[in-house]
Write a protein that binds this ligand. Structure first.
Ligand SMILES: NC(=O)c1ccc[n+]([C@@H]2O[C@H](COP(=O)([O-])OP(=O)(O)OC[C@H]3O[C@@H](n4cnc5c(N)ncnc54)[C@H](O)[C@@H]3O)[C@@H](O)[C@H]2O)c1
Length: 297
């Protein structure tokens, strides 16, 4: 007769044959459970309670998506943008949900004094600046409708390119410069710069965009990581391919045959900002559905 205790002693296991010439390998069920728990922890138990993040460009697109997600995970979010009306509406929306708190600060990232004011407001309100995400940016020739007005790069007024260089490069540089003062004092912090696949590919018309994004992806991110290391501060650049914050982005090809949903980019940033991402530093991470791996013509 079978002893019931034998059943208890025998570890439950999944069995699979690695190949025909090798013996069977038993994997205890505990390993599967551990993997399951670690997956659950990643998805469900990521928490930013008592953490404060600043997001620039927070009244639209990925900056807004990040702000919502970060506060849903318990963090306080300081939302910076030039679009005061939209900013106020989204700050109210996040605060009405009752998880992490949101503070709106009207801030043009091209203006150093306004950047100083945004960081001071964040620190005065919440007591720390743990994460800065530099989302504010865009393609100047699209925003100024240059395609319809000017033939080629040298024909486009320099003011258009000035806007692109200032928002995409100087704005991120300014926020690094100011936020690092607070982070140095705290001896901790994370800056997430936002690059672009175009920083890898170039663009023969909107030349400010790849120029400024490449500066952020490599020079700024590596340099800030070098400065920050002795203070426990990390700096990472996340560089998306096409993202569906605008429908037109679905026309850009990727190996996966589609553009990203904004939350797919934000999930990566949240992972980098979480405990699980603590060893990621000084790196530019492409998240582009394999576009950068596509054969160039
Ligand atoms: N959408 C894409 O396909 C894509 C791809 C690669 C990289 N990116 C980069 O990701 C970032 C976010 O893109 P998105 O599509 O979510 O953008 P978006 O256009 O939806 O939002 C940009 C936000 O920045 C704000 N902004 C503009 N100028 C500003 C200034 N001077 N100061 C403060 N705020 C300002 C705008 O008001 C807007 O709310 C940008 O840096 C962009 O270059 C986007």
């Amino acid at each position: 007769m079978k002893n019931h205790d034998d059943n208890k002693k025998t570890p439950v296991s999944f069995r699979f044959r690695e190949n025909r010439n090798r013996c069977d390998v038993k994997i205890p069920i505990s390993v599967f459970i551990l993997h399951f728990v670690s997956w659950k922890e990643r998805v469900i138990f990521m928490s930013f309670t008592n953490k404060t993040a600043i997001a620039t460009g927070a009244a639209s697109g990925m900056g807004l998506e990040f702000s919502r997600s970060f506060s849903e995970l318990g963090g306080n979010i300081v939302m910076c943008d030039v679009n005061e009306k939209a900013l106020k509406a989204y700050v109210d929306e996040i605060n009405s949900k009752g998880k992490g708190k949101a503070l709106g600060v009207v801030c043009d990232v091209r203006d150093y004094l306004q950047v100083e004011n945004a960081c001071k407001s964040a620190f005065d309100t919440f007591g720390s600046i743990d994460i800065v995400c530099n989302f504010a940016g865009g393609t100047a020739v699209r925003i100024f409708n240059s395609y319809d007005k000017y033939d080629e790069f040298p024909d486009v007024p320099i003011e258009v390119y000035d806007w692109g260089m200032d928002v995409n490069l100087k704005g991120q540089f300014y926020f690094c410069h100011v936020a690092l003062r607070y982070m140095r004092e705290q001896k901790s912090g994370l800056i997430v710069n936002i690059g672009s696949i175009t920083g890898m590919e170039g663009d023969g018309y909107g030349i400010d965009y790849p120029t400024s994004k490449a500066g952020v992806m490599f020079g700024l991110t590596k340099s800030v990581a070098q400065f920050g290391s002795k203070y426990g501060i990390r700096c990472v650049c996340v560089s998306p391919g096409p993202v569906l914050t605008r429908e037109a982005m679905s026309n850009m090809k990727t190996l996966l045959g589609r553009a990203a949903e904004p939350n797919e980019i934000i999930d990566l940033i949240l992972f980098i900002a979480s405990e699980k991402g603590r060893f990621i530093n000084g790196e530019n991470i492409m998240i582009d559905g394999g576009r950068n791996a596509m054969q160039r013509q």
